[in-house]
Write a protein that binds this ligand. Structure first.
Ligand code: ADP
Ligand code: ASP
Ligand code: MG
Length: 416
């Protein structure tokens, strides 16, 4: 008997028929003798629907109120699955994050999990109940409901698996594993049987929304055995087949694993580039600009500072497109008077494409292949950033999908 955490995302919970299938799958696992904790997302479209109601009232809602609203979708899912499981003859009990409790800090809409109480969950598991818990949400030290950021149910699931020392965390979704790139963009994308934790971390942080990045961080920190697999296949397939399906996140660079140079391509569609031109080349200037953005809670991604010419330098950086207007407003207030910049230029229509693979460590030619491929297609690279296992390029959004397809082909990622 093992303790297993299942997580079902929005599409997996997207209709009553799908919820019945989830119940059948959970019942199969439970009847085979395992202890089960099930973490759920809201039904697909529900979180967006709730957010659109808010937008009808205000463009600047209080994040605390937002969390009160968006956390409700997951509660509905928990109640519905609990009822569906009871219809399957399985004793189930459902909890919201605050009831367990999943303790977080107070950063509403992007809270971080600090601690999870296991007491009540263990009591229920030990009397044979399936425990169902809302994903995406927790409670702060003042008893207020918080949410963990979009896609946060993945993080809830892996964190709960870590806290309860589960044997495995199975992330059920609408694709049958992690692919070389988003299969919605490249139909030749290939499913990976396994992916190293480091590569998965890069894929998630560079835009592959198949797993929220913080879930991967939890998996790495607590060595949670995590697998991504499909909820849309027959729920009654033999358990052994299911346990071998999908993509396993591995922690060792297993020598037997076929070592591809490139494992995958991730992309972020909604980027914006901002260039502050002609600022005095003093160490305090970059610090001052980035400090202003940090104070406004704006994450800066790529940063380049050019060589100084006649005591002046240019600072270019990227932010999420949703922060673009806010950043330009902040700079409009400070650029000339305080930072003494000659001008501020911005382009909100940028995308970032990233090539990822631990095999890249020993292959220096990857960057030149990327640059040549994009150049031949007339795609201008606006910024580049690299690490040992990834190369990211910033390009105009209109070229993003074609760049991903081209690079997928050039690196032969469709072949195993
Ligand atoms: P869920 O609702 O189950 O959390 P998500 O929509 O958040 O599911 O994530 C699954 C989606 O992630 C897939 O439908 C796919 O389009 C997208 N995706 C992006 N990159 C990848 C990738 N490399 N491999 C698999 N899926 C990916
Ligand atoms: N329902 C939340 C969202 O849509 C959390 C999740 O699905 O993981 O982002
Ligand atoms: Mg998701």
């Amino acid at each position: 008997m093992a303790l297993i955490v299942h997580k079902y995302g929005g599409t997996s919970m997207g209709s009553i028929e799908r919820i019945r299938n989830v119940a059948k799958r959970v019942a199969k696992w439970h009847k085979s003798g395992h202890q089960l904790i099930v973490v759920l997302s809201a039904m697909s479209g529900e979180t967006n629907r709730l957010l659109s109601l808010v937008r009808e009232i205000s463009t600047q809602p209080n994040p605390r109120d937002l969390d009160m609203i968006t956390s409700t979708g997951e509660q509905v899912s928990v109640g519905l699955l609990s009822i569906a499981l009871q219809e399957e003859g399985v004793d189930a009990v459902g909890y919201a994050g605050w009831q367990i409790s999943v303790k977080t800090n107070s950063a509403f809409t992007k809270a971080r999990i600090k601690k999870i109480d296991d007491k009540q969950v263990l009591i229920d598991l030990n009397v044979g109940k399936v425990v169902i818990i809302t994903g995406f949400q927790g409670v702060d030290s003042n008893g207020r409901v918080t949410t963990l950021g979009r896609g946060g149910s993945d993080t809830s699931a892996v964190a709960i698996a870590a806290a309860l020392r589960a044997n495995e965390c199975l992330i059920y979704t609408d694709v049958d594993g992690v692919y070389t790139t988003d299969p919605r963009i490249v139909k030749e994308a290939r499913r990976l049987n396994q992916i190293t934790f480091e590569e998965m971390l890069e894929m998630a942080s560079l835009g592959s929304k198949v797993l929220q990045i913080r879930s991967v961080e939890f998996a790495g920190k607590y060595r949670v055995k995590t697998r991504v697999l499909s909820s849309l296949i027959d729920p009654m397939i033999p358990l052994d087949d299911e346990m071998r399906s999908g993509t396993l996140i591995t922690f060792e660079e297993n020598n037997k694993m076929e070592r591809a140079i490139i494992s995958g391509i991730a992309f972020q569609r909604d980027e914006a580039r901002i260039a502050i031109i002609g600022v005095p080349d003093k160490p305090s200037v970059a610090c001052q600009i980035l400090g202003l953005l940090a104070d406004a809670n704006i994450d800066v991604d790529m940063i380049i500072q050019n060589t100084s010419i006649e005591g002046k330098t240019d600072l270019t950086f990227t932010v999420s497109r949703s922060d673009y207007g806010h950043v330009m407003n902040i700079l409009a207030c400070h650029a000339q008077e305080h930072i003494k910049a000659q001008k501020v230029l911005g382009d909100p229509n940028m995308s970032k494409v990233s090539i990822i693979g631990i095999g890249m460590r020993s292959h220096a030619e990857i960057a030149s292949t990327i640059f040549r491929t994009l150049l031949e297609e007339g795609i201008n690279i606006e910024m580049v950033s690299t690490s040992e296992i990834k190369i990211s390029v910033l390009i105009n959004e209109k070229f993003m999908e074609s760049a991903v397809r081209l690079l997928h082909k050039v690196f032969k990622l469709e072949q195993s």
